[in-house]
Design a protein. Structure first.
Length: 96
């Protein structure tokens, strides 16, 4: 893989921490920083995708009411614990 030098400004003290961590794991600070940045970007992309999926799901307009959720949660730890609620809010139909 081709590596392009990138001037990276680190917060005060962070460069020292990075160097110490890299030394303790016997890797270069550059490799450790690259791995950390990649993990960070992967996590952000995953979060963005999950938010997009959740918004698409919410756009369908099918939800569980607050009342149904409270009934279920109030039953937790009791002898009559309820099963998880099913959706009970649906989009209004334009049919006549």
């Amino acid at each position: 893989m081709v590596s392009i030098p990138s001037p990276l400004r680190l917060k005060p003290g962070l460069e020292h921490r990075l160097e110490e961590a890299a030394e303790s794991e016997d890797v270069s600070a550059s490799d450790m920083a690259s791995e950390a940045i990649e993990a960070f970007l992967d996590a952000r992309e995953f979060k963005r995708q999950e938010i997009a999926k959740a918004l698409a799901e919410a756009d369908k307009g099918v939800f569980i009411s607050q009342e149904a959720m409270h009934r279920w949660m109030d039953s937790w730890g009791t002898d009559n614990e309820l099963p998880p609620p099913e959706p009970d809010i649906f989009p209004q139909s334009n049919r006549k």
